[in-house]
Design a protein around this ligand. Structure first.
Ligand code: MN
Length: 259
């Protein structure tokens, strides 16, 4: 099996090296990742500039590190360029992460880690995004070994064309995670805030604060289960259509909209 690894924290991020090490024996591993941190790049791609690909070495392995490619673009650039041009034949599976920080709830819309996996799904290749909740530091090797356990099960049960899963590892204390929960993505709003840094005659300067939480929800989802200490698995899909609303709006008479 040919596997492409990517991330949004940059090619030299410890989570990527840990994932590379954790999946080393599964198949032929290729790494194509951004040359700089791209967290919250979401699904952006680079239209206005060329993309430069460079050979780099990841820490790990036995012979002075793993070979990898860096791209001076976004996470989705890396995956689409790798699938379209750099890997011949294209990979059978795309893995992204292990991201430094959880990607649950509405944060999946901002996450480059999730977007890189989504890009693979859009190109028909199964993909899994891995992220680890941060509490100060992350034990990436341990988080990556847990990701590998989840991946083993997913591979055993079968990953098909376009399958796209979001996996989050809870903050790891001395104890094991409480288990694995398959849960829906929370849609609870973020309670973050913009802080005024300065104001003057020309305008104002705001910065998004680091602190955020999610509004409360009354059902089990990725946010609540991760906070309780479970590994969360959420199957996502590229189709954002609200099919209930689609059915409703399809029945309406739109004739009066036309002049
Ligand atoms: Mn990140």
């Amino acid at each position: 099996m040919r596997i492409l690894l990517s991330n949004d924290d940059g090619v030299l991020a410890p989570g990527l090296a840990a994932l590379r090490t954790a999946v080393a024996d599964i198949g032929e591993i290729h790494v194509v990742a951004p040359d700089s941190p791209q967290s919250a790049a979401a699904h952006a791609i680079t239209l206005q500039a060329p993309l430069t690909v460079r050979k780099v070495q990841l820490q790990g392995g036995t012979a002075g590190g793993f070979p990898a490619l860096s791209v001076d673009g976004r996470p989705a650039d890396c995956v689409r360029l790798a699938i379209r041009k750099l890997l011949v034949p294209p990979p059978d599976l795309v893995l992204t992460g292990v991201n430094a920080g959880a990607n649950v709830g509405v944060n999946v819309f901002y996450s480059g880690t999730v977007a890189a996996a989504a890009e693979a799904a859009m190109l028909g290749i199964p993909a899994v995004a891995f992220s680890a909740a941060m509490t100060g530091t992350v034990d990436f090797p341990r988080a990556a070994r847990l990701c590998r356990c989840v991946l083993n099960s997913l591979l055993k049960w079968g990953l098909g064309k376009g399958d796209f899963l979001n996996v989050n590892i809870p903050a790891l204390g001395p104890l094991r995670p409480l288990g694995v929960r398959v849960v829906p993505q929370s849609t609870a709003e973020l309670t973050d805030d913009y802080h005024l840094q300065s104001s003057g005659p020309d305008g104002e300067v705001y910065r998004l604060g680091d602190e955020y939480s999610f509004a409360a929800t009354d059902h089990e989802n990725d946010v609540t289960s991760l906070a309780e200490g479970y590994v969360t698995v959420t199957p996502l899909q590229v189709d954002l259509t609200d099919h209930r609303r689609l059915a409703d709006l399809s029945r309406r008479n739109w004739a009066s909209c036309l002049p």
